[in-house]
Design a protein around this ligand. Structure first.
Ligand SMILES: Cc1cc2nc3c(=O)[nH]c(=O)nc-3n(C[C@H](O)[C@H](O)[C@H](O)COP(=O)(O)OP(=O)(O)OC[C@H]3O[C@@H](n4cnc5c(N)ncnc54)[C@H](O)[C@@H]3O)c2cc1C
Length: 465
């Protein structure tokens, strides 16, 4: 067993996390036999641990697909369920024989630099001696196991694991409420029967306006059909970013006070679009789903109260208030790197959306978002593999900082909601740069006509095109 003084040397490259980012990294770097740590007993990340029974992909299969591993029914226009996504991911991992690289129930709890920071050459990614050591907690033992690596790929995801909880004035938090309060992460753990049982016949409130809130309200409505059914009220407590992805003229947004207060493009530019479940507005018409707009809210013993002095009664309040991905990352990274995560602008500066210019021998996959997250992660893993193989080199730290600072400026100018690292409005440019680094043609179609008229999909990024 590896101790802190004598960590195990099992591979040059360590990968942390086995969601789509981690399995894509393992597949692309498999020549190096990377050692993959996965905290849970399964691959798939959010699709396994952060999905409701009704969660579906918001993209079509062909837009959420590995470039060299098509979905079995890729032209099926139905959005696949989270279980179908898991099946696809398992099939991919088995096909490329990456399961053997993954070590389940191994949670990385701490990362430390092995060497003196001043002596590290940031440009040498595999220097022949360990740069990082990681402490791992397993199910079998209370004692931490230590491993050392020359390079680490961080794929722990931005969602799940750590819920983001709202803050309340004194004596107005969940402790004063007589009913039940549950974060959506906890609700994800329930099977269909338990979830239905929990909400059937109960007055529910869902606080949150994004996809997880919308789906949760829909599940509450479905469990509350018939005369015994109780309504579920969705509370949108911030500027509405609701359903702009649907054409406003087609939907009864005004009727339900849901017309967005900002242009559609801003949501697209901040990757905040949500696809509504079928029958959502039918449930609203029936009154099983209701809406309340509010900027401030807090608990009273019977439910929640708003700044306009109105009160809503509830048996159960769901907090669909998101996750703290930054905290998850900060918990394992050591200082001074932890403090550098948001340098210089509040957003994580990542060169080619993968390398933090000031953190040596480490890559981050799954931290930028686009309208096709799987493709973004996979292409960056291919790029990383080219980098490891020495096909091209990283520019200087100064150049990487200059590039990332410029990119963040552009991101901020396209949307007020720039807190997510979202490249949706310029992902093609991003992909072009990645292709050029790898020595690939950035025009990836077979003909001019196709280049002009057919949309890009992940299959256009299969190797050797
Ligand atoms: C409900 C929901 C719906 C979504 N829908 C879409 C969609 O329709 N389209 C789209 O493009 N994107 C969607 N996304 C975004 C989604 O997060 C990405 O598409 C993608 O699945 C993220 O994969 P990942 O591997 O980067 O992270 P994750 O899936 O979060 O995987 C991270 C993995 O790391 C493991 N891990 C975490 N910490 C540690 C540790 N310390 N040690 C070891 N292992 C660790 C976790 O257990 C997990 O398995 C959705 C997200 C959610 C939550």
């Amino acid at each position: 067993m590896g101790s802190e003084q004598n960590p195990l040397l099992v591979s040059k490259i360590g990968i942390i996390g086995a969601g789509i980012s981690g399995i894509a990294a393992a597949k692309e770097l498999r020549a190096y036999k990377p050692f993959v740590f996965e905290a849970t007993d399964s691959i798939g990340g959010v699709w396994k641990h952060c999905s409701y029974n009704s969660t579906k992909l918001q993209s079509l299969r062909c837009d959420y697909e590995f470039s060299d591993y098509p979905w079995p029914e890729r032209d099926n226009m139905n959005f696949p369920s989270h279980l179908e996504i898991l099946e696809y991911l398992h099939s991919y991992a088995n096909h490329f024989d990456v399961m053997k690289l993954i070590h389940f129930n191994t949670k990385v709890v701490e990362i430390r630099l092995v060497r003196d920071r001043e002596t590290i050459d940031y440009g040498t990614l595999l220097p022949g001696q360990p740069v990082w050591k990681v402490a791992v907690k397993t199910n079998q033992s209370e004692t931490l196991e230590w491993y050392a690596f020359e390079f680490l790929v961080i794929c722990i995801g931005k969602y799940g694991d750590i819920p983001k909880m709202p803050e309340f004035p004194q004596n107005k938090g969940p402790e004063v409420f007589k009913g039940k309060v549950m974060h959506s992460l906890e609700y994800c753990k329930l099977d269909k029967e338990a979830a239905t049982e929990l909400v059937r016949g109960k007055k529910a409130i869902v606080v949150g306006y994004k996809k997880s809130g919308i789906d949760l309200a829909m599940e509450c409505a479905e469990a509350n059909q018939g005369p015994e059914g109780q309504p579920c009220t969705m509370v949108k407590y911030a500027v509405s970013k609701f359903v702009e992805s649907y054409l406003t003229w087609k939907l009864p947004l005004d009727k339900y006070g849901l017309r967005p207060e900002h242009p559609f493009l801003e949501d697209y530019a901040s990757c905040q679009m949500a696809i509504l479940p079928e029958n959502f507005f039918e449930e609203a018409d029936k009154g099983t789903i209701r809406f309340k707009r509010a900027f401030k809210w807090w608990f009273w013993d019977g439910g929640i109260e708003f700044e306009d002095n109105t009160k809503l009664e509830a048996d159960i309040v769901f907090l669909s208030t998101g996750f703290d991905g930054k905290k998850k990352l900060k918990t394992i990274l050591p200082e001074p790197f932890r403090s550098l995560l948001e340098y210089p602008s509040g957003l994580m500066p990542l060169y080619r959306a993968t390398i933090h210019p000031l953190i040596p021998n480490m890559a981050f996959v799954g931290y930028i978002e686009s309208v096709a997250n799987l493709h973004s992660a996979e292409l960056r893993c291919k790029w990383l593999s080219g980098l490891m193989d020495g096909l091209f080199k990283l520019p200087s730290v100064e150049k990487m900082l200059e590039d990332t600072t410029k990119e963040i400026k552009v991101m901020k100018s396209t949307t007020r909601f720039y807190k997510r690292h979202c490249i949706s409005t310029y992902s093609i440019n991003h992909d072009d740069e990645i292709c050029e680094d790898m020595g690939w043609a950035s025009w990836r179609k077979k003909s001019w006509i196709a280049e002009l008229f057919s949309p890009y999909t992940s299959q256009d990024y299969e190797e050797h095109k």
